[in-house]
Design a binder for this molecule. Structure first.
Ligand SMILES: NC(=O)c1ccc[n+]([C@@H]2O[C@H](COP(=O)([O-])OP(=O)(O)OC[C@H]3O[C@@H](n4cnc5c(N)ncnc54)[C@H](O)[C@@H]3O)[C@@H](O)[C@H]2O)c1
Length: 315
Protein backbone atom coordinates (compact mmCIF):
# COMPACT_ATOMS: atom_id res chain seq x y z
CA UNK A 1 0.00 0.00 0.00
CA UNK A 2 1.24 3.50 -0.88
CA UNK A 3 -0.01 6.59 0.94
CA UNK A 4 0.25 9.62 -1.32
CA UNK A 5 -0.40 13.29 -0.61
CA UNK A 6 -1.21 15.63 -3.52
CA UNK A 7 -1.31 19.33 -2.67
CA UNK A 8 -3.38 21.32 -5.15
CA UNK A 9 -5.29 18.05 -5.65
CA UNK A 10 -8.50 19.90 -6.45
CA UNK A 11 -6.80 21.42 -9.50
CA UNK A 12 -6.24 20.33 -13.06
CA UNK A 13 -2.99 18.34 -12.92
CA UNK A 14 -3.28 17.24 -9.26
CA UNK A 15 -6.86 16.00 -9.73
CA UNK A 16 -5.96 14.14 -12.94
CA UNK A 17 -3.02 12.51 -11.16
CA UNK A 18 -5.27 11.47 -8.26
CA UNK A 19 -7.79 9.92 -10.65
CA UNK A 20 -5.07 7.81 -12.28
CA UNK A 21 -3.48 6.79 -8.96
CA UNK A 22 -6.86 5.79 -7.55
CA UNK A 23 -7.24 3.08 -10.25
CA UNK A 24 -4.85 0.99 -8.14
CA UNK A 25 -6.89 0.05 -5.04
CA UNK A 26 -3.67 -0.41 -3.04
CA UNK A 27 -3.06 3.37 -3.19
CA UNK A 28 -4.53 5.71 -0.58
CA UNK A 29 -4.61 9.26 -1.87
CA UNK A 30 -5.06 12.41 0.17
CA UNK A 31 -5.82 15.67 -1.63
CA UNK A 32 -5.05 18.95 0.13
CA UNK A 33 -6.41 22.15 -1.42
CA UNK A 34 -7.72 25.53 -0.28
CA UNK A 35 -9.99 25.97 -3.38
CA UNK A 36 -8.15 29.11 -4.48
CA UNK A 37 -8.81 28.22 -8.12
CA UNK A 38 -10.89 25.05 -7.78
CA UNK A 39 -14.03 23.90 -5.99
CA UNK A 40 -15.58 20.85 -4.37
CA UNK A 41 -17.12 19.90 -7.73
CA UNK A 42 -13.60 19.39 -9.19
CA UNK A 43 -12.57 16.74 -6.69
CA UNK A 44 -12.22 13.29 -8.25
CA UNK A 45 -14.35 10.69 -6.48
CA UNK A 46 -13.20 7.19 -5.58
CA UNK A 47 -13.23 5.19 -2.37
CA UNK A 48 -9.44 5.48 -1.96
CA UNK A 49 -9.41 9.30 -2.40
CA UNK A 50 -9.76 11.53 0.68
CA UNK A 51 -10.02 15.30 0.63
CA UNK A 52 -8.77 17.78 3.24
CA UNK A 53 -9.43 21.50 2.84
CA UNK A 54 -6.48 23.63 3.90
CA UNK A 55 -3.80 26.11 2.95
CA UNK A 56 -0.35 24.67 2.40
CA UNK A 57 1.23 28.03 3.18
CA UNK A 58 -0.19 27.83 6.74
CA UNK A 59 2.05 25.52 8.75
CA UNK A 60 -0.61 24.48 11.28
CA UNK A 61 -3.14 23.45 8.64
CA UNK A 62 -0.66 21.01 7.07
CA UNK A 63 1.26 19.75 10.09
CA UNK A 64 -1.49 17.62 11.68
CA UNK A 65 -2.31 15.89 8.39
CA UNK A 66 1.30 15.04 7.58
CA UNK A 67 2.09 13.86 11.11
CA UNK A 68 -1.05 11.71 11.34
CA UNK A 69 -0.63 9.96 7.99
CA UNK A 70 3.14 9.68 7.39
CA UNK A 71 2.87 9.67 3.61
CA UNK A 72 5.17 7.60 1.39
CA UNK A 73 5.19 10.17 -1.41
CA UNK A 74 4.20 13.82 -1.73
CA UNK A 75 3.31 15.63 -4.96
CA UNK A 76 3.50 19.35 -4.19
CA UNK A 77 1.35 20.89 -6.94
CA UNK A 78 -0.47 23.68 -5.03
CA UNK A 79 0.41 27.16 -6.31
CA UNK A 80 -1.08 30.44 -7.41
CA UNK A 81 -1.19 29.95 -11.21
CA UNK A 82 -2.22 31.72 -14.41
CA UNK A 83 -0.39 34.61 -16.10
CA UNK A 84 -3.00 37.28 -15.25
CA UNK A 85 -3.57 36.10 -11.65
CA UNK A 86 0.15 35.83 -10.85
CA UNK A 87 0.91 39.27 -12.32
CA UNK A 88 -1.94 40.86 -10.35
CA UNK A 89 -1.09 39.13 -7.02
CA UNK A 90 2.71 39.16 -6.73
CA UNK A 91 2.72 39.06 -2.91
CA UNK A 92 0.31 36.11 -2.83
CA UNK A 93 2.58 34.36 -5.33
CA UNK A 94 5.70 34.97 -3.22
CA UNK A 95 3.82 33.59 -0.20
CA UNK A 96 3.95 30.17 -1.89
CA UNK A 97 7.59 29.94 -0.76
CA UNK A 98 6.16 29.23 2.73
CA UNK A 99 4.19 26.27 1.37
CA UNK A 100 7.28 24.79 -0.28
CA UNK A 101 9.25 25.11 2.96
CA UNK A 102 6.36 23.58 4.97
CA UNK A 103 6.05 20.60 2.63
CA UNK A 104 9.78 19.87 2.64
CA UNK A 105 10.12 20.33 6.39
CA UNK A 106 7.21 18.02 7.29
CA UNK A 107 8.25 15.52 4.59
CA UNK A 108 11.68 15.35 6.21
CA UNK A 109 10.21 15.04 9.73
CA UNK A 110 7.70 12.33 8.79
CA UNK A 111 9.94 10.13 6.63
CA UNK A 112 8.47 10.81 3.17
CA UNK A 113 10.37 8.72 0.57
CA UNK A 114 10.31 11.31 -2.23
CA UNK A 115 8.82 14.75 -2.87
CA UNK A 116 7.71 15.61 -6.43
CA UNK A 117 7.70 19.36 -7.00
CA UNK A 118 5.83 21.03 -9.88
CA UNK A 119 8.15 23.69 -11.19
CA UNK A 120 7.50 25.42 -14.49
CA UNK A 121 9.01 26.26 -17.87
CA UNK A 122 8.72 29.85 -16.58
CA UNK A 123 12.05 29.36 -14.76
CA UNK A 124 13.72 29.77 -18.17
CA UNK A 125 12.20 33.29 -18.48
CA UNK A 126 12.79 34.63 -22.01
CA UNK A 127 14.97 31.66 -22.97
CA UNK A 128 18.46 32.24 -24.32
CA UNK A 129 18.56 28.89 -26.17
CA UNK A 130 16.15 26.55 -27.97
CA UNK A 131 15.09 24.00 -27.02
CA UNK A 132 15.43 24.60 -23.29
CA UNK A 133 17.57 21.97 -21.63
CA UNK A 134 17.40 21.17 -17.91
CA UNK A 135 21.17 21.32 -17.41
CA UNK A 136 22.50 23.83 -19.93
CA UNK A 137 19.85 26.55 -20.42
CA UNK A 138 20.36 29.41 -17.94
CA UNK A 139 17.41 30.22 -15.68
CA UNK A 140 16.36 33.70 -16.68
CA UNK A 141 13.33 34.00 -14.39
CA UNK A 142 12.41 37.54 -13.37
CA UNK A 143 8.69 37.47 -12.50
CA UNK A 144 7.52 36.43 -8.98
CA UNK A 145 5.85 33.18 -10.20
CA UNK A 146 9.05 32.06 -11.94
CA UNK A 147 11.25 33.16 -9.04
CA UNK A 148 9.13 31.13 -6.59
CA UNK A 149 9.54 28.02 -8.78
CA UNK A 150 13.29 28.66 -8.97
CA UNK A 151 13.49 29.04 -5.18
CA UNK A 152 11.37 25.90 -4.78
CA UNK A 153 13.85 23.93 -6.87
CA UNK A 154 16.70 25.29 -4.75
CA UNK A 155 14.88 24.25 -1.55
CA UNK A 156 14.37 20.71 -2.90
CA UNK A 157 18.10 20.43 -3.66
CA UNK A 158 19.07 21.91 -0.28
CA UNK A 159 16.82 19.56 1.74
CA UNK A 160 18.33 16.67 -0.20
CA UNK A 161 21.86 17.90 0.50
CA UNK A 162 21.39 18.58 4.22
CA UNK A 163 18.83 15.91 5.19
CA UNK A 164 18.92 13.34 2.37
CA UNK A 165 15.24 13.99 1.47
CA UNK A 166 14.76 12.64 -2.07
CA UNK A 167 13.06 14.82 -4.69
CA UNK A 168 12.14 15.06 -8.35
CA UNK A 169 11.53 18.46 -9.92
CA UNK A 170 9.10 18.50 -12.86
CA UNK A 171 9.40 21.60 -15.05
CA UNK A 172 5.93 21.53 -16.59
CA UNK A 173 5.48 23.25 -19.96
CA UNK A 174 1.93 24.19 -21.15
CA UNK A 175 -0.35 21.27 -20.39
CA UNK A 176 -3.99 20.94 -21.43
CA UNK A 177 -6.91 18.56 -21.04
CA UNK A 178 -10.26 17.96 -19.37
CA UNK A 179 -10.73 19.62 -15.91
CA UNK A 180 -8.54 22.63 -16.84
CA UNK A 181 -10.00 26.05 -16.02
CA UNK A 182 -10.95 28.53 -18.74
CA UNK A 183 -8.24 30.88 -17.42
CA UNK A 184 -5.96 28.90 -19.76
CA UNK A 185 -5.63 29.32 -23.48
CA UNK A 186 -6.91 26.00 -24.91
CA UNK A 187 -10.10 25.61 -22.79
CA UNK A 188 -10.82 29.33 -23.37
CA UNK A 189 -10.42 29.12 -27.16
CA UNK A 190 -12.53 25.94 -27.34
CA UNK A 191 -15.29 27.49 -25.23
CA UNK A 192 -15.27 30.66 -27.36
CA UNK A 193 -15.25 28.66 -30.61
CA UNK A 194 -18.10 26.34 -29.56
CA UNK A 195 -20.18 29.40 -28.68
CA UNK A 196 -19.20 31.30 -31.86
CA UNK A 197 -17.77 34.07 -29.66
CA UNK A 198 -14.79 36.22 -30.64
CA UNK A 199 -11.44 34.56 -29.87
CA UNK A 200 -9.21 37.13 -28.19
CA UNK A 201 -5.42 37.12 -28.56
CA UNK A 202 -2.88 39.45 -26.94
CA UNK A 203 -0.65 40.97 -29.63
CA UNK A 204 -0.18 39.43 -33.07
CA UNK A 205 -0.35 35.86 -31.76
CA UNK A 206 3.14 35.05 -33.03
CA UNK A 207 4.25 33.89 -29.56
CA UNK A 208 4.95 30.16 -29.78
CA UNK A 209 4.20 27.47 -27.21
CA UNK A 210 4.19 23.70 -26.97
CA UNK A 211 1.08 21.91 -25.69
CA UNK A 212 1.24 18.61 -23.80
CA UNK A 213 -1.86 16.47 -23.35
CA UNK A 214 -2.57 15.72 -19.69
CA UNK A 215 -2.43 11.92 -20.14
CA UNK A 216 1.19 12.21 -21.38
CA UNK A 217 2.05 14.30 -18.31
CA UNK A 218 0.37 11.83 -15.93
CA UNK A 219 1.81 8.68 -17.57
CA UNK A 220 5.30 10.17 -17.33
CA UNK A 221 5.10 11.44 -13.76
CA UNK A 222 3.65 8.12 -12.56
CA UNK A 223 6.40 6.23 -14.36
CA UNK A 224 9.07 8.26 -12.52
CA UNK A 225 7.38 7.20 -9.27
CA UNK A 226 6.95 3.54 -10.18
CA UNK A 227 10.35 2.96 -11.79
CA UNK A 228 12.37 5.06 -9.30
CA UNK A 229 13.71 7.21 -12.14
CA UNK A 230 15.01 10.78 -11.94
CA UNK A 231 15.59 10.68 -8.18
CA UNK A 232 17.24 13.98 -7.08
CA UNK A 233 16.91 15.25 -10.63
CA UNK A 234 15.04 17.84 -12.71
CA UNK A 235 12.99 16.96 -15.80
CA UNK A 236 11.25 19.03 -18.47
CA UNK A 237 7.71 17.71 -18.93
CA UNK A 238 6.18 18.92 -22.17
CA UNK A 239 5.69 18.42 -25.86
CA UNK A 240 8.54 19.20 -28.28
CA UNK A 241 6.52 20.78 -31.11
CA UNK A 242 5.81 24.52 -31.15
CA UNK A 243 2.58 26.17 -32.34
CA UNK A 244 1.92 29.91 -32.53
CA UNK A 245 -1.11 31.21 -30.63
CA UNK A 246 -2.69 32.49 -33.85
CA UNK A 247 -2.28 29.07 -35.50
CA UNK A 248 -3.77 27.44 -32.39
CA UNK A 249 -6.83 29.73 -32.64
CA UNK A 250 -7.23 28.97 -36.38
CA UNK A 251 -6.89 25.22 -35.76
CA UNK A 252 -9.57 25.29 -33.04
CA UNK A 253 -11.90 27.30 -35.29
CA UNK A 254 -11.39 24.73 -38.07
CA UNK A 255 -11.86 21.69 -35.82
CA UNK A 256 -15.05 23.07 -34.25
CA UNK A 257 -16.46 24.42 -37.55
CA UNK A 258 -16.96 27.70 -35.68
CA UNK A 259 -17.92 31.16 -37.01
CA UNK A 260 -15.73 32.82 -34.35
CA UNK A 261 -13.57 35.77 -35.41
CA UNK A 262 -10.05 36.35 -34.08
CA UNK A 263 -9.72 39.69 -32.27
CA UNK A 264 -6.32 41.14 -31.34
CA UNK A 265 -5.95 42.86 -27.95
CA UNK A 266 -2.92 44.97 -26.96
CA UNK A 267 0.10 42.80 -26.10
CA UNK A 268 0.60 41.95 -22.41
CA UNK A 269 3.16 44.29 -20.81
CA UNK A 270 5.04 41.36 -19.25
CA UNK A 271 4.92 37.61 -18.82
CA UNK A 272 4.16 36.63 -22.44
CA UNK A 273 7.45 35.07 -23.64
CA UNK A 274 8.07 34.96 -27.41
CA UNK A 275 8.75 31.23 -27.47
CA UNK A 276 9.05 28.21 -25.27
CA UNK A 277 10.04 24.64 -26.17
CA UNK A 278 11.48 21.88 -23.99
CA UNK A 279 14.28 19.53 -24.73
CA UNK A 280 12.04 16.66 -23.60
CA UNK A 281 14.47 13.80 -24.28
CA UNK A 282 14.55 12.74 -20.62
CA UNK A 283 10.75 12.53 -20.61
CA UNK A 284 10.56 10.61 -23.91
CA UNK A 285 13.35 8.19 -22.91
CA UNK A 286 11.39 7.02 -19.88
CA UNK A 287 7.92 7.20 -21.40
CA UNK A 288 9.16 5.24 -24.43
CA UNK A 289 6.28 6.22 -26.71
CA UNK A 290 5.36 9.27 -28.82
CA UNK A 291 3.28 12.08 -27.28
CA UNK A 292 -0.28 12.76 -28.40
CA UNK A 293 -0.38 15.07 -31.45
CA UNK A 294 -2.02 18.45 -30.72
CA UNK A 295 -4.85 17.97 -33.23
CA UNK A 296 -5.81 14.62 -31.64
CA UNK A 297 -5.81 16.07 -28.11
CA UNK A 298 -7.89 19.04 -29.23
CA UNK A 299 -10.44 16.75 -30.92
CA UNK A 300 -10.83 14.79 -27.67
CA UNK A 301 -11.36 17.96 -25.66
CA UNK A 302 -13.77 19.43 -28.20
CA UNK A 303 -15.83 16.22 -28.04
CA UNK A 304 -15.99 16.39 -24.23
CA UNK A 305 -16.89 20.11 -24.24
CA UNK A 306 -19.54 19.69 -26.98
CA UNK A 307 -21.20 16.85 -25.02
CA UNK A 308 -21.19 18.98 -21.84
CA UNK A 309 -22.67 21.93 -23.76
CA UNK A 310 -25.47 19.85 -25.33
CA UNK A 311 -26.32 18.39 -21.90
CA UNK A 312 -26.67 21.91 -20.46
CA UNK A 313 -28.89 22.99 -23.38
CA UNK A 314 -31.12 19.90 -22.94
CA UNK A 315 -31.64 20.36 -19.18
N1 LIG B 1 -1.04 23.57 -16.24
C1 LIG B 1 0.12 23.95 -16.74
O1 LIG B 1 0.24 24.12 -17.97
C2 LIG B 1 1.32 24.18 -15.83
C3 LIG B 1 2.51 24.63 -16.42
C4 LIG B 1 3.61 24.84 -15.60
C5 LIG B 1 3.54 24.58 -14.24
N2 LIG B 1 2.37 24.16 -13.69
C6 LIG B 1 2.34 23.91 -12.24
O2 LIG B 1 1.64 22.71 -11.98
C7 LIG B 1 0.93 22.80 -10.74
C8 LIG B 1 -0.53 22.45 -10.96
O3 LIG B 1 -1.08 23.39 -11.89
P1 LIG B 1 -2.55 23.26 -12.47
O4 LIG B 1 -2.50 23.62 -13.89
O5 LIG B 1 -3.16 21.97 -12.05
O6 LIG B 1 -3.25 24.48 -11.72
P2 LIG B 1 -4.66 24.54 -10.95
O7 LIG B 1 -4.93 25.97 -10.63
O8 LIG B 1 -5.69 23.79 -11.69
O9 LIG B 1 -4.32 23.75 -9.60
C9 LIG B 1 -3.67 24.34 -8.52
C10 LIG B 1 -4.47 23.99 -7.27
O10 LIG B 1 -3.75 24.47 -6.13
C11 LIG B 1 -4.70 24.99 -5.20
N3 LIG B 1 -3.97 25.92 -4.34
C12 LIG B 1 -3.39 27.10 -4.67
N4 LIG B 1 -2.77 27.64 -3.61
C13 LIG B 1 -2.95 26.77 -2.57
C14 LIG B 1 -2.52 26.77 -1.21
N5 LIG B 1 -1.81 27.76 -0.70
N6 LIG B 1 -2.89 25.71 -0.43
C15 LIG B 1 -3.62 24.67 -0.93
N7 LIG B 1 -4.04 24.63 -2.22
C16 LIG B 1 -3.70 25.67 -3.03
C17 LIG B 1 -5.77 25.64 -6.07
O11 LIG B 1 -7.00 25.80 -5.40
C18 LIG B 1 -5.85 24.64 -7.22
O12 LIG B 1 -6.83 23.64 -6.96
C19 LIG B 1 1.16 24.23 -10.22
O13 LIG B 1 2.18 24.21 -9.26
C20 LIG B 1 1.61 25.00 -11.46
O14 LIG B 1 2.45 26.07 -11.11
C21 LIG B 1 1.25 23.96 -14.45
Amino acid sequence: MEKILITGGGGFIGGSLAEELSKDPRNIIYLFDNFLTSSLGNIPINKNIYFVKGDVNKKNELKALMKAHRFDHVFHYAAVVGVKRTLENPIGVLNDIEGIKNILKFSHHTGVKRVFFSSSSEVYGEPVEHPQNEATTPLNSKLPYAIVKNIGEAYCKSFQKEYGLKYTVFRFFNTYGPRQSRDFVIPRFIHQALNNENITIHGEGTQRRTFCYIQDNIDFTLKTLQTHHYVNDTVNVGCGIQTSIIDLAKLIIRLTGSDSKIIHLPPLKEGDMSMRMPDNSKMINLLDRPLKPLEEGLMELIKIESTRKSRIVCM
